[in-house]
Design a protein around this ligand. Sequence first.
Ligand code: SER
Length: 876
Amino acid sequence: MNSAEIRESFLSYFESKGGKRLPSSSLIPDDPSLLLTTAGMVQFKPVFLGVKDLGFTRATTVQKCVRTTDIDIIGTTGRHHSFFEMLGNFSFGDYFKSEACAWAQEYSVDVLGLDPDRIWYSIYEDDDESEVIWRDEVGVPADRIVRMGAKDNFWSAGPTGPCGPCSELYYDQGPELGCDSPDCAPGCDCDRYLEYWNLVFMQYNRDEDGVLTPLPKQNIDTGMGLERIAAILQGVESNFETDVLRTLMGKAEELTGVSYGSGEKSDISLRIVADHARAVTFMIADGILPSNEGRGYVLRRLLRRAVRHGRLLGRTEPFLPAMIDLVIEQMGDAYPETVEHHDLISRIVDAEEQRFGTTLRQGLVFLEEEVATLLREGKTEFDGVKAFTMHDTYGFPFELTTEILAEKNLTVDSAAFTREMEAQRDRARAAVKDESWNTYGGAFSDTLSSDGETEFVGYESDVSDATVVAIIRDGEQKVSLAEGETAQIVLSRTPFYGEQGGQVGDTGTIASSGGAVFRVDDAVIPLAGLVAHKGVLEAGSLSVGESITASIDVLRRERIRRNHTATHLLHWALRLVLGEHVKQSGSHVAPDRLRFDFTHFEAPTSEQLAKVERMVNAKIMERHPVRAYETSLSSAREGGVTALFGEKYGEFVRVLEIGNFSKELCGGTHVSRSTEIGFLKITSEGSVGANTRRMEAVTSFDALEWVEREEREIDETAAVLKVARLDISERVSSLVARVKELESAAQATADSLSETSVIEILEHVEDVGYPILVARVPDMKATGLRTISDNFRARMKGGAVVLAAVDRESGKPILLAAGGDEAVAAGFNAGTLIKTMAPHIGGGGGGRPTMAQAGGSNPEGIDEALKAARSLLGLT
Ligand code: SER
C-alpha cells in the first residue's frame, strides 16, 4: 500500500467503528501552551478536559505534525522526522481499553496483513488490566507482552494537560536489524523492534505542580506513524525508503548529483533535505513565516538546515523551491492547503534561501579562518565569544557553528556563548527599560501593595472624581507637590488610558477645588494595574489624600480612538487582501497618525494597497457598530477571535468587535460606530526587517489635511504647467518626451566634431579617381561616427571616407567606410575595406560596397588598420 492508500484504509476502518472522519487541524495549535501541533490529540485537548463537547464521541483523523525536539537525530536514523503524519482514532468518554486494543490488533492483522507472530505489546508497568485485555480478550501470547516504565508508557502532550498510561504495538523487523545484545527487546534503541502504534488511555489531567487528577471521562487517543507503518508494509528498512520520502530523496539526488547509498554523511544530508522540505512546506502553508522567535524560528532553523545540507551535498544554487514543488505534487491531494499556497511557499523559501546563502558565505569564511588558527594552536575548543560574534554579526546560527565544528571533531565553549547572550540580553533590557521602571520601581510597587490597583474608568468616562493615592518624584513617595514641580501621580480612579498595546497615553489635567492644576503630559503603566500620570503642577499645591477631578483631553482621545479602531480595520483588510499569514507584529496609535507593523514577505503592490484602503473606507462608511466585552479566553477563541501571537493573556480578556467581521483581543479605546473614523488614507508602506512591513496611515481630520496638502501640490503643479489639473499627467509625459528629445539632440551635437576640426581633417582629402578621406577622428559615441561620415561626404563631391575612432563609452575601436554610387563606380568598396581592416583591431565586420562598419577590441591596432586601408586604396 502506498501512503495515500494507507490513509484511506485507516480512516475507513475507524469510520466503520463509528468514528467521525475529521480533517487534520492546523500546525498552529489553538492552544497557547503549545508551539506546534505535535500529535493527533492536540485538536481534542479541550474535549478530553471536558470543557468542550463536539456532539459526537468517536473520531478518526490523519494529523500533520511537527516535532523538533529530536532535530539532531533526524537523518541519522530511519525513523525520526520533523514532519510526519499521525493516524489516530479517538474516544471521548466512549469506548476504552478493550475496544482500542482489539481494533488495533484487528486493523494490524486483518486489514494490513501484518504477521501476528511479529507483533509485540508494551504496557505501563502497573497496568494489569491491559495485560488481561491483550492476553485474554485479544488472545495474544503472554510472552509477547512487556511492561515498561513511565518514560516509555505514560504519555502526555506537554508538562501539563491530559495524559495517561499507554500501550504500544511493536513490529519485529527481524534479528538482521537487531543489535545482537542478549537484552534486545521492544524499547531497545536498535532498529529491530519498531514501535508503530501508541494507544493512550487518557485518564488524567496533570496540573502545573505535576499533580494528576482524573478526567471527567475515560478517553482513548491513539497514534500510528504513517511513515513507520508504510515502511513495514512496503518491506523497506527505513521510513526514508517509503513512497513519498523516497521520491523526495530522488529529487534531492537529482539536484545534487549525489546518490543515496554512496556514503554515510551524504545519506544523512539527503534524508535531512527530504524531511525538512516537507516540514517547511506544511508550516508555511499553515501561515508560519520565518522569523527569529517562536514557531517562525523553528521554521527558519529547518529551512536553513535544509539549505546547508544541500550545500554539503555540493549544491550551491538554490534548490529548495524545486523540492517544495515535488512535496506538493506528492501530497497536495491529501492536503489542499499546500496547493492553495504553493506560490507563497515557493516565494518565501526562495527569499529565505537567498538570504541565508549570503549569511553562510560570510560566516563560513570567518569560521574557516578561525578553525585554521585553532588547529594551528593545537586546540579543540572553539571560543564561545567568537561563536557569539558570528551569531550577532553574521546572523550565523549557533547550532550551525556547533554542527560544523562537530564535523571536524571540535567543540565549542557553549557556556561562554550563553554568557555573552545573557549579557547582550541585559544590555538590551537596560537600553529599553522605561525610566519609570528604573528610577521609580520601588515607589510604584509600594504604592501598589499599600493602595491596590488604579480603577480605570476611561472606557465610559472622560472625567472622574478621585483621590490622590501617591505622588512620586525622583523615585520617592512625597506627601505633597508645590507649584512648578514635576511628578508622577497615582489616583484611586482614572479616566486616563496609560500607554499600552500600542496606544499612547492620554493627556489632560488633574484639578482640585482648592485651585491646584496639574498638567498631565503622559499617562503610563509602570506596573500592571497602576496608571501613573506624568506632568507638572502649574498652579496651587497638591497633597496625597486630596480629592481631585481628573479630565482627559477629550478631542485628543477622540482622534486616538479613531486611529485605534482604524488599525483593526487595516488588520482585517490586510489579511483578506494579502493572506491569512498576515499578523500584527506591533502598532503605534497616536492622535495624529497610526503605524501598523505586520508580517508579510514582500512589498504589497500598489493595487493591493489601494484595495486595502478602499475596503477599510467602505467599512467606515457602512457605519458598523463597534462593541467591546469581557469574556473568558477560551470562549473568545472559540468565537474565532484574532489574538496576537506571543502575547500573554489573562483568563479574562476584552474582545473588540467591529460589525460581525472583525474580532480582536484588545484593551484599547475605540469609537462606537465605524463612521466616526471619517476616512482613512494610507500614507506610507515599507519594509522594517525580514518579513515585517510597516504601514502608516491617517484618519479623519488628519486624512483630510493630508489630502488637502496633496491637492495644493497638484494645484501648484498645474499652475506651473499652465494646464487644468486633470491634464497634468498628459502634459508631464509630453514634457518628459521633449526633454529626452532635447537630450539626444544635445548628445548628437556633443558627438559631432567642431567646425574647425572638420575643416582641418578635410585638408587630408586625397584623390584616387574620386575624393577619398582616410582618417582617425577623436573619440566619440559609436553612433556619432555615422553622422560625421555623412557630414564629411556632404562636403566632398562624389567622395568616400574611411574613418576610425574609439568609442568613448566602451573604450573599444570602431571603423566605418562609406561612399556614394559615383565612388563605388570608380572602384570604392566599403565592405572589402572594412574586412581588410577589422582583423587589425581584433574584430570583425562588413557590409555593402556603399557602407560598412566594424567594431573590435584592440584600439592599439587602429593605425595598422588605417594603413591597410591606404594600401588597399593604392595610397602610400
Ligand atoms: N498522543 C499519542 C502520541 O502522540 C498517541 O496519539 O503518541
